[in-house]
Design a protein around this ligand. Structure first.
Ligand code: CTP
Length: 425
């Protein structure tokens, strides 16, 4: 079977051609593998090229960078190199390799291998196919493990029985691909997964690695469906410990947080944290403290998780009662994590609260046309006073009481007159 690259954009096609030309010149075997191949066969567009080299990938990457003005970074321990360009993304070159798992759940040691071994070390058959890039057989599919057949049947299948034990993150990956592609796990794969869960395989990976997988799940279009499936397969114990995630909770997540990553809100890139906050609702303080040590979570994300636990948005009760002035909402909420405010918005059925939170977001966009220099020229000299007055003017603007620059100047003059009058008394 030959795959054509016509469906891809010109940048991707050009890159593929450049790799092919260099591989021919250097006489090394080069292949595209993994998600790109899977998606190409499913006619899903993807621009993430993953290149496997039957030989020294680092040397090939260096040569590629020289020819195409890229910057190369090598990772000798992983036999991998990345070529990157300021404006044109990056490209990974990996030496065909074998992986040796010394301990279940630990990161593997790698050693050079051939393409067949490289494909065998992968998670699922549908991700274990390659496209040849040598000139005579460009685009020829290499499928040693029945990946094409599984793609046709909509099956997610591991390559060997040790797969989930070697790398338990694959259990979450299996759910992700199942739901994303509308596939189903093969019967024996599902049996292996259940067995690995019973044996506590997920306990062998760090919380950081686990949360990295949650991040991927929470960033997917079908995140709510994936979360439901993960609960049914008991894949949340690693995260929540003894705290249960009820069916009703999952139902609520599915009702309230559909398609978050399409949301227009600026935190959309962090929508996975919203799911995380929900999943962590009932966890123990000890588990929360453990989470605070995770390096995958940013300071802001940790703050959102902690504030949620302490119910820092208790002001919600006030905000539900009546429509407030934007400036009042702003004062009440400005010290809260923006993720938490977004969570409150998504999880409430109260139209008044939603309305108040919308004014809060709009309030952040309010900018004055005048600045401290204008106030200095009007006679206000001290830094602290200037700052406080600008804040006061901004509040008035949030509430729509002033609009234009001349409104701002006029009000500033009045306020300064009062201020100076008061301090002269
Ligand atoms: N892989 C694996 N086991 C893992 C992670 C990755 O075998 N735990 C392999 C798979 O062959 C996968 C490839 O490495 O296709 C690249 O991984 P990744 O970029 O995470 O996945 P993609 O297949 O590119 O899929 P996605 O569309 O989710 O990015």
């Amino acid at each position: 079977m030959i795959i054509q690259f016509k469906q891809y954009d010109s940048v991707t096609r050009r890159r593929i051609k450049q790799i092919q030309q260099l591989a021919a010149k250097q006489q090394v075997g080069c292949y595209l593998v993994g998600g790109f191949v899977r998606d190409a066969l499913l006619r899903i567009k993807s621009t993430d090229l993953d290149v496997i080299v039957d030989g020294d990938a680092m040397a090939l990457a260096r040569a590629f960078a020289r020819e195409h003005n890229g910057k190369v970074t090598v990772y000798p321990d992983f036999l991998t190199a990345t070529v990157s360009w300021d404006q044109a993304g990056s490209l990974d070159f990996t030496t065909a390799r074998q992986e040796i798992y010394k301990k279940p759940g630990a990161l593997p040691r790698v050693k050079q291998g051939d393409l067949r071994a490289d494909l065998f070390r992968r998670d699922f058959t549908v991700n274990a196919m390659a496209l040849q890039l040598t000139s005579s057989s460009r685009g020829t599919l290499i499928d040693h493990y029945g990946g094409m057949d599984d793609l046709r049947c909509g099956r997610i299948r591991i390559l060997h029985d040790q797969s989930f034990k070697d790398d338990p993150t694959r259990m979450i990956r299996a759910v992700r691909y199942e739901q994303r592609l509308g596939f189903q796990m093969h019967r024996s794969t599902l049996q292996c997964l259940n067995k690995s869960v019973r044996q506590g395989a997920l306990r062998t990976i760090s919380l950081d690695r686990y949360i990295t997988e949650i991040k991927k799940v929470g960033s997917e279009f079908k995140a709510p469906e994936m979360i439901g499936r993960m609960r049914r397969l008991a894949l949340f114990h690693r995260l929540v410990g003894t705290a249960a995630i009820s069916k009703a909770r999952i139902h609520r997540i599915q009702q309230r947080y559909q398609r978050l990553n399409e949301s227009a809100r600026s935190e959309a890139g962090e929508c996975w944290v919203i799911y995380l906050i929900e999943l962590l609702r009932n966890v123990s303080t000890a588990r929360r403290q453990e989470l605070m040590k995770c390096s995958i979570l940013s300071k802001g994300q940790k703050q959102a998780i902690t504030q949620f636990a302490k119910c820092k948005l208790e002001t919600k009760v006030v905000l539900k009662q009546k429509k407030m002035k934007p400036s009042q909402v702003f004062v009440l909420l400005k010290d809260n994590s923006s993720l938490l405010v977004w969570h409150a918005y998504l999880s409430t059925a109260s139209a008044i609260l939603k309305d108040n939170l919308e004014s809060y977001w709009n309030a952040w966009n309010v900018k004055l046309k005048i600045d401290g220099h204008d106030l200095n020229r009007m006679g206000l000299s001290q830094g602290r006073q200037v700052g406080a007055m600008l804040e006061q003017l901004k509040m008035k603007k949030m509430d729509g009481e002033i609009k234009s620059k001349s409104d701002e100047l006029k009000l500033a003059r009045e306020l300064i007159k009062q201020e100076l009058g008061a301090s002269n008394e």
